[in-house]
Design a binder for this molecule. Structure first.
Ligand SMILES: Cc1cc2nc3c(=O)[nH]c(=O)nc-3n(C[C@H](O)[C@H](O)[C@H](O)COP(=O)(O)OP(=O)(O)OC[C@H]3O[C@@H](n4cnc5c(N)ncnc54)[C@H](O)[C@@H]3O)c2cc1C
Length: 286
């Protein structure tokens, strides 16, 4: 049987040096809730495992220069405990929907991005919030918007040697709110049939700006610019009426049975998150 090397770096620099050395022969293990099963079944069979949970500098959640930044090894539990992340209702609602408490203790938003499955909950909320993902490699960094991160089914822009260092969410003014919801067969420990998230800016009951993201409606999570454009400048009641009948062209559904169901529910779900975000605003939230 082939031998696999195991590394547990204690600093980001050490991790990046290892990733640079082993390139596409390395696999990053973070919380391990997704990747460990694949390693156990040899669906993924790397030369080197780089376990990054022992890197303290990646664990932090901080606010800096207009962004709340979630470190690459911060867990869902850390996010739920963070007053900074509490500013983003959509993010918190998506995290509460993930798996079960034991999964949230070890699983991470960075790992959710790494899986790139179209039903990944946190990714949809991050996309609506306009989050940016900082990718680090030996000797450099680049920043990718969440909406551009997922290039195909289970495939991200991450290149060999790179690691998700942090996720930056722009801090919004009063007058902006967010929400997330998912439809699944079970209430817990289940992946989304369809998920939706919005970030809404409204004034005097009128939509001034909106970002809508959908999950499980195609090979990747997507933003819905067609609908976003149509809603700006309309009253919230008019927006609610418009989204309920919406089947956005951004949907990429192939399976005919799935397609019929998802097209029927997607507008209802968008309406639900839009209403929740608006109610948060009306209640003085952010
Ligand atoms: C029982 C169960 C229930 C689940 N329920 C849900 C659910 O309801 N909703 C949902 O969205 N997901 C769910 N998941 C999937 C999984 O828990 C999440 O996707 C989680 O966010 C993965 O995070 P992790 O830290 O465990 O990632 P890991 O398993 O460690 O890694 C996942 C992938 O991301 C890569 N990766 C991780 N961190 C980084 C980084 N910093 N830089 C670069 N690449 C990285 C890894 O190489 C790997 O390819 C569930 C999983 C289980 C086992």
């Amino acid at each position: 049987m082939k031998e696999t090397l195991y590394f547990g770096p204690k600093t980001l620099a050490e991790a990046l040096a290892l990733l640079d050395k082993y390139r596409d022969k390395a696999v990053i293990v973070n919380g391990g809730t997704d990747i460990v099963e694949k390693l156990a079944h040899r669906a993924v069979d790397p030369e080197a495992i780089v376990y990054i949970q022992g890197i303290p500098e990646l664990k932090t959640i901080k606010e800096e220069a207009g962004f709340v930044s979630i470190g690459g090894t911060a867990t869902y539990k850390d996010v739920l405990a963070s007053p900074l992340c509490g500013k983003f209702a959509g993010l918190i609602q998506s995290v509460r929907e993930i798996g079960s408490a034991p999964i949230r203790v070890v699983g991470t938003p960075a790992g959710n991005i790494g899986t790139a499955v179209p039903a990944a909950d946190c990714n949809v909320a991050l996309m609506a919030l306009g989050a940016r993902i900082v990718l680090a490699k030996l000797g450099g960094e680049r920043v990718v918007e969440t909406k551009d991160m997922f290039v195909a089914y289970c495939k991200t822009q991450l290149e060999p040697g790179e690691l998700i260092k942090e996720i930056r969410i722009p801090v919004t003014d009063a007058g902006t709110a967010s929400a997330f919801a998912k439809l699944a067969k079970r209430k817990a420990q289940d992946i989304a049939q369809v998920s939706a998230s919005v970030r809404l800016t409204a004034e005097g009951g009128v939509c001034k700006d909106i970002a809508i993201a959908l999950g499980a409606v195609g090979p990747t999570a997507v933003r819905v610019p067609s609908l976003e454009k149509a809603l700006v400048g309309k009253s919230i009641d008019a927006c609610l009426a418009e989204v309920k009948k919406a089947v956005p062209p951004e949907l990429r559904l192939r399976n005919p049975r799935n397609k019929q169901y998802k097209e029927a529910v997607v507008g209802v779900l968008i309406g639900r998150v839009l209403k929740a975000a608006y109610e948060e605003l009306a209640g003085g939230g952010k």
